[in-house]
Design a binder for this molecule. Structure first.
Ligand code: SF4
Length: 344
């Protein structure tokens, strides 16, 4: 890292610049590397809706729990999802009460379960952004090849551009975006050009190391007010992205409205199984309630950059990593989790 960049970011004394990251891994990297301490107080880093578990609505968790209690059904999920509070507890609580919940490390592990227990329907809680959706497409492709009939998905899949538009239209407090590195690997950096031009805001595709983040923040401060896209993660991100993965996703999924925690329903911000593959769907389009577990939880404001986690009255007291009151305290990519754990 050039000393002049570090000096510039430390001594910056121009108009305040508010930079939003919309990637959970960026949120975690920013907290763990402590780079906020290297920035002028006039450069603010704010977290946006970049953690897939955090933006998933409570009714989705409730539906997962209902499924886990159904005869001959098992709900399959990543570990993070088990701890997210639904309106009446989490999947982990439900599992302790006898509901059938199976944690896996990869969605593809579900195939072995399906083959081993053909009498049981395995329902995968398919949550994620553009980064994760291709693996669900691979899962379906393999299920077709193996003629597996006891697999279903309950999807809560989302895409980035509509929610970034929502933030720009509703918040008016963002001067630039750290564009998500992992998502950009799949989508390509060109995805952000229409957004940059429409809102006259810079987008910089960034890597995850401290030096990469600092270089991206420097670029965003310098580009303030300009509708430009810059790719500072060229080792893995191209303009057009991974076209093979995009084609596989489009074979199985199509866009539709999705409900985001704190933002409501946003047109075309979700991905749903196409009618041809309805047999794999566990009723994903019916989920739209954002009925929170603890009414004092401020996740909605945290996810939209209106407040920092520490401004939530429950932060670190009632709401802790051991006893999370909202989704943002559960995931390792959640703003509240990373804020609390980086304090320790
Ligand atoms: Fe919700 Fe806990 Fe974050 Fe407050 S600290 S916004 S209760 S997750």
């Amino acid at each position: 890292m050039k000393q002049e960049i570090l000096d510039y970011l430390r001594d910056y004394d121009g108009e305040e610049v508010r930079i939003m990251e919309v990637c959970g891994t960026h949120t975690a990297s920013i907290s763990h590397t402590g780079i906020r301490k290297l920035l002028s107080p006039k450069i603010k880093l704010i977290s946006g809706p970049g953690c897939p578990v955090c933006v998933t609505v409570t009714s989705y968790i409730d539906r997962c729990i209902e499924i886990a209690k159904m005869e001959e059904h098992v709900l399959v999920s990543f570990g993070d999802m088990l701890r997210v509070p639904g309106s009446k507890g989490s999947l982990r609580d439900a599992g302790a009460d006898g509901a059938k919940v199976q944690m896996v490390y990869s969605p593809l592990d579900t195939l072995k379960l399906c083959e081993k227990h053909p009498e049981t329907t395995y329902v995968f809680a398919a949550v994620g952004f553009e980064t994760t959706t291709p693996i669900y497409a691979v899962l379906l492709q393999k299920a077709e090849e193996k003629k597996i009939t006891n697999l279903k998905l309950l999807t809560s899949l989302k895409v980035m551009p509509p929610v970034i538009s929502w933030v720009c239209e509703n918040q008016h407090n963002v001067d630039g975006f750290l564009a998500p590195g992992h998502v950009s690997v799949i989508t390509g950096s060109e995805l952000f050009v229409p957004l940059a031009q429409r809102f006259d805001l810079p987008f910089v595709v960034s890597g995850f190391e401290a030096e990469e983040l600092l270089a991206s923040i420097y670029a965003l401060v310098r580009l303030k007010g300009q509708g430009k896209v810059m790719n500072l993660y060229p080792s893995v991100v191209t303009k057009e992205g991974n076209t093979e993965a995009q084609a596989l996703v489009n074979r199985y999924f199509e866009p539709g409205a999705a409900t985001w925690r704190g933002m409501g329903s946003i047109p075309d911000s979700g991905m749903y199984l196409r009618p041809d593959y309805e047999k794999y769907d566990m009723g994903s389009r019916a989920l739209d309630q954002d009925n929170v577990h603890n009414k004092a939880c401020q996740c909605a404001k945290v996810l939209t950059g209106q407040i920092e986690s520490k401004e939530c009255p429950l932060f670190g007291t009632v709401c802790t990593v051991e006893h999370p009151q909202g989704a943002c305290m559960v995931s390792g990519e959640g703003a509240c989790f990373t804020a609390l754990t980086s304090e320790a």
